[in-house]
Design a protein. Structure first.
Lengths: 471, 526
């Protein structure tokens, strides 16, 4: 049984915890009250980005009900700018993404909406003795929303851009340039419906190409219960691949990009079919947990259906062998990954600044868990905060020359499930202990490089401060 | 692997046959079959087999006992009881390792549970015992393909093709292998041939589309994408046919149907549900599932007929009444839809969705007082639902119960002060209801001014005029209302103007036939 909330926590609302890292020890302090944040909606997820280019991170909270935009005042407090900014979408939203689709230097916002559910159209499935949740297909879906940032105020461009032409019951959302044309596209994981791949034509329009692109359904042609999304160049071939989590008995699915935003289902090839088949997975990301230079996968698992089946499941960590094949690392009993829980969101970042990726996992009916990575610090690494216009350069691609050849990582805060992540990028270097050259492909199309950066530490790379390679 | 839910296992006395080597035969659980609703014949067969096994376990030759276990396993398997089926088959295979059937069925159950390594071992053993057994070859193709061992999978599907010329299943498997190898032309050839052999196997279309895409033929790819589905090519598997014939209770067919539906194969699902209905016409779950699957298949006439059958057999089935009401509603038959909505609520007073639609339909039909009663009941069940509060307020306004409209509208507004529609309704209610206090009227005026300041529309203008009149500001109200009156405008605009000119507030928030009452816009969508 979950503990009842303490009086101090009432009324129930989203909480803001500040990481007061001290001597390498992570210490979170609840600063909700002092911050002025009043996230009293029925919270679902968060997206982060600097919407006003003032150098601090703003917060968008998705709700079952109207969403909220909290603008960071830069002094530890936030102001509710939902109405003024025009982004209080009243639908049931889960995941959202800040990205700059028109390359005007302002972060735009995509909001994934789930179902047209409310208390007056609720349904119960199963039978009288064993009531259960219904499939999402019992409800109508609602349209996602695309908001264009016009300088801190947003314009709803859903219809104008073509985004309103197709829709599903979105749970996962990620922005990335899938065809390498320099413009951020969108991928939306829908729950038991066709996923959407919105290709950005660079002229303000999007076109859903998911089905022909091979990214709408799995290899058998089946739509799956899309939840969380990982996006990264998992095979090191220079393009962005997708990893989508699903219900048990569906497998999570790896969509491998051929560089032209044409995907093939590589799940079996990567050894991910059997290992993911028994689990219902939500939050996920590619992360190089052991800093060996190859991206591994973590999934936050927990069931949803079937009152007799245990909902609690262990989380999973898959190690990439360097040839694109993943093997599950079965944790010992004491390892927190082994503890069965009903996990949902997973946020990834280096919480203790030791150069590896830690994870915060939210759990249903239980406290969130902070999983501190004690493995990656044993290898060499390089960490970068990549800034443009004074803010994290969402969508910038960073390429490092490492022992594994050219390795590319993206600056992003979106993906996973209903979660936002650390925008800093990290390169695992294994045993390599010499400086690394870095090239940054900025969202505006320019390219710069920074030669010979010292390893085992973080650097801040600001646009226009490197050696220009392409203007 | 997990047993089908809700089965109670009670271990019975140990059964330890002496014969054989390797892992010993294990005890079988005794199963509570009450939930399966077995027909008498099947229940008797289960009992007989278990009794016979107990009786013979120490005296019968191993082969005889193996056959009994095998038969019991098939019975369990037929009823989708996978755990005891597996134990039974394993016992049979242990007792008679020379009979390929039992080890093959071990593999089938393991494959169902995605235990592919174990399944592969079992199918390979099957082939050692029966080298030409095509179902084992085909399944080895499947499990090696699942493991992405393409050369081995090709070997097995080729072997199937040598035995069963033109097997669409094997052709599809080979096509998928070529697709993964990026040999698109060959993949297209193989899958086109598979489709020729099994035109209804629409699962093939997706892989075929991907192969055409690989060839750069986007048009053919799109053509096949449009035809994609879930139906697999048929496969020759006599033992599994036998297993399927074992499980013949309505419950089993419903379960099989649900499994098929989950895979999107509604064709197969509807067949299973229809069989269940035929076997047990009293089974409401089967009837409803059949209706649902027919609907999803787009077989609307059959679905409609099935729904009528359900209503005939189960006149108290609230869900069926609700579905019927929806059907009639969509066809524009409001009168009959109302009858079924009422029946749905009558059969299940806690059926919130049906009551909500009933109330909406009553509003549409102008039966405002009855609608208000239903919204009030819904408010008790869902006190925080703003939509209900708003519509209750409107229903009371429309039915002339203006004074009691204020409370739900105020509650809705407090919960969501930025919602335009609620704001307008609240202002108009406060401006027209005699029971509104002076403070409420004053607050209405403040809100109306704010609203009108933000947005100049005929709606906000009239709302402000009403609020002004309610507070004695007739001069300004007349000026605003005059802007709205035109020769072709709604008559109530001129009527309200006359009231203001006579120094009286507007008599009602909206005229009785207003669309706002009959078809209120959804507040959730702002």
């Amino acid at each position: 049984m979950p503990c009842p909330p303490s009086e101090a926590q009432l009324p129930l609302m989203g909480r803001l915890y500040r990481n007061d890292l001290s001597d390498g020890e992570i210490r979170f302090v609840d600063v909700t009250v002092a911050s002025g944040l009043r996230a009293t909606g029925y919270g679902m997820g968060v997206a982060t980005g600097d919407i006003d280019n003032d150098g601090d991170v703003d917060l968008y909270i998705t709700n079952f009900g109207s969403n909220q935009l909290w603008v960071n005042n830069g002094d530890g407090t936030f102001s509710d700018r939902t109405v003024a900014a025009g982004v209080g979408d009243p639908r049931w939203s889960v995941s959202a993404s800040f990205f700059d689709y028109d390359r005007d230097g302002w972060l735009d916002l995509y909001v994934g909406n789930y179902l047209d559910f409310n208390y007056s159209n609720q349904q119960v499935c199963g039978n009288e003795e064993r009531p259960d949740y219904c499939s999402p297909l019992h409800w109508n879906v609602t349209r996602d929303r695309l908001f264009r940032n016009t300088g801190g105020i947003f314009e709803d461009v859903t219809e104008k851009t073509g985004i309103g032409n197709f829709f599903g019951n979105a749970l996962g959302v990620v922005a990335a340039d899938f065809n390498g044309d320099g413009f951020e596209d969108l991928y939306v994981a829908n729950d038991s419906m066709l996923n959407l791949l919105w290709m950005n034509d660079g002229e303000g329009h999007f076109r859903n190409t998911a089905l022909l692109a091979g990214a709408a359904v799995n290899a058998d042609g089946h739509p799956e219960a899309g939840m969380g999304i990982g996006v990264a160049d998992h095979d090191g071939d220079g393009d962005l691949d997708l990893f989508i989590t699903h219900l048990s008995r569906e497998t999570s699915t790896l969509y491998v990009n051929d560089g032209r935003a044409r995907f093939s289902d590589g799940t079996a090839n990567a050894g991910l079919a059997q290992t993911t088949f028994p689990f219902t997975s939500f939050g996920t990301a590619w992360l190089d947990y052991d800093n060996d230079g190859w991206l591994d996968i973590l999934t936050a698992n927990g069931g949803v259906l079937g009152s007799l089946h245990p909902l609690a499941q262990r989380n999973q960590l898959f190690h990439n062998d360097g040839a694109g094949v993943y093997e599950e690392i079965i944790p010992g009993n004491q390892n927190p990954l082994a503890q069965p829980r009903v996990s949902r969101g997973a946020a990834f970042g280096d919480l203790d600044n030791d150069g590896d990726t830690d994870v915060v996992i939210s759990n249903n009916a239980g406290p969130a868990r902070v999983l501190r990575n004690e493995t990656g610090q044993n290898a060499h690494w390089l960490g970068l905060r990549v800034l443009s216009n004074g803010r994290d350069a969402h969508g910038a691609v960073v390429v490092a020359q490492t022992g594994n050849g050219s390795v590319r990582r993206r600056v992003q805060t979106d993906g996973s499930y209903a979660s936002a992540r650390d925008p800093r990028v990290r390169f695992g270097l294994g045993s390599r202990d010499t400086p690394i050259s870095i090239r940054v492909y900025w969202p505006d199309g320019t390219v710069e490089n920074w030669p010979e950066l010292a390893i085992d530490r973080y650097h801040e790379l600001e646009q226009h401060h490197g050696n220009t390679l392409k203007q | 692997m997990r047993l089908v839910s809700a089965l109670l296992f009670l271990m019975v006395a140990a059964t330890t046959p002496a014969a054989g080597t390797g892992p010993r035969a294990v005890d079988l659980p005794e199963t509570d079959f009450s939930e399966l609703k077995l027909d008498a014949q099947a229940a008797q067969r289960f009992d007989e087999l278990q009794i016979e096994i107990r009786r013979k376990r120490r005296i019968a030759p191993a082969g005889d006992l193996a056959a009994l276990y095998g038969e019991l396993g098939m019975l369990y398997h037929g009823y989708l009881l996978f755990d005891p089926a597996l134990l039974s088959y394993e016992n049979a295979a242990y007792l008679d390792p020379s009979d390929f059937r039992w080890i093959y069925l071990v593999g089938v159950v393991l494959q169902h549970g995605n235990a592919l390594d174990g399944a592969e071992t079992a199918f390979r053993k099957t082939l050692e015992l029966n080298p030409g057994y095509s179902p084992a070859l085909r399944r080895l193709g499947d499990v090696t393909l699942a493991a992405n061992r393409l050369d081995e999978a090709e070997y097995f599907y080729d072997a199937v093709l040598r035995l069963l010329h033109h097997s669409p299943y094997a052709l599809e498997g080979l096509g998928v292998i070529e697709l993964r190898r990026k040999s698109y032309r060959r993949a297209v050839q193989l899958m086109e041939t598979a489709l020729e052999q099994a035109p209804r196997a629409d699962r093939i279309h997706y892989s075929l589309a991907m192969a055409y895409r690989g060839l750069g033929d986007a048009e053919s790819a799109r053509e096949h994408l449009a035809q994609r589905g879930h139906k697999k090519p048929g496969a020759h598997d006599p033992l599994m046919m036998e297993v399927s014939n074992q499980g013949s209770s309505a419950y089993t067919h419903v379960q099989r149907g649900l499994l098929a539906a989950r895979e999107g194969d509604y064709e197969k699902a509807s067949g299973e549900f229809a069989t269940a209905v035929a076997q047990d016409p009293e089974n409401q779950d089967a009837h409803m599932a059949l209706y649902d699957s027919l609907n999803r298949l787009g077989r609307t006439d059959e679905a409609r007929a099935q729904l009528d059958t359900i209503l005939e057999l189960f006149p108290d089935n609230a869900v069926a009444h609700y579905q019927k009401a929806q059907q009639l509603d969509q066809a524009g038959d409001t009168e009959r839809a109302l009858v079924h909505y009422r029946d749905a609520v009558g059969s299940d007073p806690g059926y919130v969705r049906a009551r909500y639609y009933l109330a909406n339909k009553l509003m549409e039909s102008g039966e405002f007082a009855e609608a208000a009663g239903h919204y009030a009941t819904l408010r008790t069940a869902l006190p925080d639902e703003i939509r209900i509060l708003y519509q209750l307020g409107l229903a009371r306004l429309a039915s002339g119960d203006c004074d009691r409209a204020l409370d739900p509208l105020e509650t809705a507004w407090t919960a969501n002060p930025r919602q335009y529609l609620i704001l307008v309704a609240l202002v108009r209610a406060a401006a027209t209801c005699p029971a509104a206090t002076a403070a409420q009227r004053q607050q209405a005026l403040t809100l109306a001014r704010e609203l009108h300041g933000n947005q100049h529309t005929p709606d906000t203008t009239e709302t402000l005029a009403m609020a002004l009149a309610a507070n004695g500001g007739f001069e300004e109200a007349i000026a605003l209302q005059t802007q709205l009156v035109s020769p072709r405008g709604a008559p109530h605009l001129a009527a309200n103007l006359r009231y203001f000119q006579d120094g009286q507030p507007a008599p009602s928030a909206w005229p009785p036939d207003s669309r706002t009452y009959r078809s209120p816009p959804p507040v959730a969508d702002g």
